[in-house]
Design a protein around this ligand. Structure first.
Ligand SMILES: Nc1ncnc2c1ncn2[C@@H]1O[C@H](COP(=O)(O)OP(=O)(O)OP(=O)(O)O)[C@@H](O)[C@H]1O
Ligand SMILES: [Mg+2]
Length: 358
């Protein structure tokens, strides 16, 4: 069962099957029309999914062009894994439709599985096999010859820094090593469309950096990657396009630059020492800038977009000094995706599970 889940076979002759095919249907997504339909690797239209009382996905639309990293960014419980699991045919949507490589995920799940690689949120390796044996098994299940599978396994073990542990049973691997082995197994058959569900969670900084390099190389070679992450920095760094998802709804999509542009080119940020000064600092920022400030109560910070960076900073700084407000930080900043999230949702990227628990 587990094996079936991860079984991916690339049928190279099938990959171009939809290329050049004329399509007339247009989606409601804001990404519509920016590329010809045949260049779309993954399309999601009006997909909803409910678990008991939890509406995990509420009519989401996505259009993912081929050959890019698409970042699905959202906090805990926002619906990232549910989206991936539907696209990887492990779950069925309640309503709406989705295609991967032009193939309907509900009607032809087996065909979809032939085209994809998946590294789920929780590593699925056989603990009683060695790293090398795990990879060879995946390769063989995907129809590779023994020789090819062994060669590919060797390459991937080296690439994922597992060569030294290749012949140890994976039960003895650390969490990060298992994670890397799982990622390597998703690449055995060189899938053209790859789903990575929070691939860097649990990796140390070095492991994270090397995975970023591997992902970038895959995309240079033409692979389409749907990557979920809660790390804004990761989406910013890797993804050409990002959809921000919150409480099962896509609340924004675009390139990292487009999303950042929504909160202004630059912003002035003030962090106050005493939380009680936050309202006064907010008022000062509102008076000195053209935009309504965004308040991050938890971190005692307030941010406002500005069009005249240095001059605005000087105004704010003078007014803050005059009001006698002690600051931890006062400066001019380029927007981060954190601010994008904050401005889109009105809250910082936090767990909706935690909210529910409250
Ligand atoms: N099998 C399930 N049964 C019941 N509820 C579920 C199930 N799978 C997901 N959910 C709920 O659906 C919502 C979305 O879950 P999902 O796993 O898609 O979130 P996520 O964005 O991947 O979160 P995380 O960052 O924690 O992995 C959550 O509220 C979750 O509790
Ligand atoms: Mg998840």
């Amino acid at each position: 069962m587990e094996i079936q889940k991860w079984l991916v076979v690339v049928h190279a002759h099938n990959l171009g099957a939809t290329a050049g095919k004329p399509f007339g249907v247009r989606s409601r997504s804001p990404l519509v029309g920016w590329r010809a339909m045949s260049d779309i690797a993954i399309r999601v239209e009006g997909v909803s999914k409910q678990f008991g009382k939890t509406l995990a996905l509420e009519k989401i639309d996505l259009e993912i062009p081929r050959g890019i990293v698409f970042g699905l960014l959202g906090p805990n419980g926002s619906g990232k894994s549910t989206t991936v699991r539907i696209l990887a045919t492990l779950l069925q949507p309640d309503e709406g439709s989705a295609t991967v490589d032009g193939i309907d995920v509900v009607r032809h799940p087996a065909k979809v599985r032939e085209r994809i690689g998946l590294a789920g949120q929780y590593a699925a390796v056989d603990e009683y096999l060695t790293g090398h044996e795990n990879l060879v098994m995946f390769g063989r299940l995907s129809g590779m010859s023994k020789g090819d599978a062994r060669m590919r396994a060797g390459e991937l073990l080296a690439e994922f820094d597992l060569a030294d542990a290749a012949h140890r049973i994976s039960k003895t691997y650390s969490g990060g090593m298992r994670r890397r082995l799982d990622l390597a197994s998703s690449l055995m058959a060189r899938p053209r469309i790859l789903f990575l569900d929070e691939p860097t969670t649990g990796l140390d900084p070095r492991g994270r950096l090397s995975l970023w390099t591997i992902i970038q190389r895959l995309v240079t070679d033409g692979t389409t990657v749907l990557l979920t992450t809660q790390y804004l920095e990761e989406a910013d760094r890797l993804a050409q396009r990002i959809a921000v998802i919150d409480h099962g709804r896509v609340i924004a999509d675009g390139s990292p630059a487009e999303l950042k542009a929504r909160v202004g080119d630059e912003s002035v940020e003030v962090a106050v020492v005493r939380p009680a000064d936050l309202p006064a600092a907010t008022q000062i920022l509102a008076a000195a800038t053209s935009e309504e400030p965004i308040v991050d109560v938890e971190r005692s910070r307030v941010i406002a977009g500005v069009s005249d960076g240095a001059a605005a900073l000087a105004r704010v700084s003078a007014a803050i000094a005059e009001a006698g407000i002690a600051t931890d930080d006062l400066g001019l900043r380029r927007p981060t995706l954190d601010e994008v999230f904050l401005s889109l949702t009105g809250h910082v990227a936090e767990s909706s599970d935690a909210e529910e628990a409250e």
